[in-house]
Write a protein that binds this ligand. Structure first.
Ligand SMILES: [Zn+2]
Length: 176
């Protein structure tokens, strides 16, 4: 499914021309995100709109949606998680500019004239993930803890039946 999203773009020029990109991207194209998933099937739906605000700042408004299968850090099983993020970024070229931004903007550091929009979307999704993804408390058990009554089995094994002793006796007799 083509997304129409270029691999690289010049964000300043996009802002001047009010460029807009929407589409679908395979989850498999986001390498950092993929590493956190139990399965990388599925797609990311996105929209990116570049513009200039009243102060002539280059701004990117966007949203990104995806249904992810994370890995529960308690039981290591799959954990469904829906990302639905809306963001407003302002392009900055350095830390000074970043600190002067109004609160309504998140800074997007764009030194030079190249941004990888895929990385931008990936950053936003990673920020939207729980720090330590787990199922709700009580819905799963830690990985490696099992409750198969091993003690009961041990009791039976130490009973009066002694198969090796029986075998030894049989061998001794057969040699007589
Ligand atoms: Zn779990």
């Amino acid at each position: 499914m083509p997304s129409g999203l270029p691999e690289f773009l010049d964000p300043w020029r996009c802002a001047d021309s009010e460029a807009e990109f929407t589409g679908l991207l395979a989850l498999a194209r986001f390498p950092r995100l993929r590493g956190l998933l139990s399965e990388a099937d599925g797609h990311v739906t996105f929209r990116l709109r570049f513009s200039r605000d009243l102060a002539r700042r280059a701004v990117v408004r966007g949203d990104v949606r995806a249904r992810l299968r994370l890995i529960c850090q308690r039981c290591l099983g799959p954990l469904e998680h829906t990302v639905e993020e809306t963001f407003t970024l302002a392009l900055v070229q350095g830390l000074d500019e970043m600190h002067r931004l109004p609160d309504r903007y998140e800074p997007l550091l764009a030194v030079g004239e190249i941004v990888r929009p895929l990385e931008l979307l990936e950053d936003e999704m990673l920020l939207a993930l729980p720090q330590i993804p787990t199922h709700p408390v009580g819905e799963c058990e830690p990985d490696g803890v099992s409750s198969t009554g091993a003690e009961g089995l041990d009791d039976e094994a130490t009973g009066e039946s002694r198969p090796f002793a029986v075998l030894a006796g049989w061998r001794g007799r057969s040699r007589d």
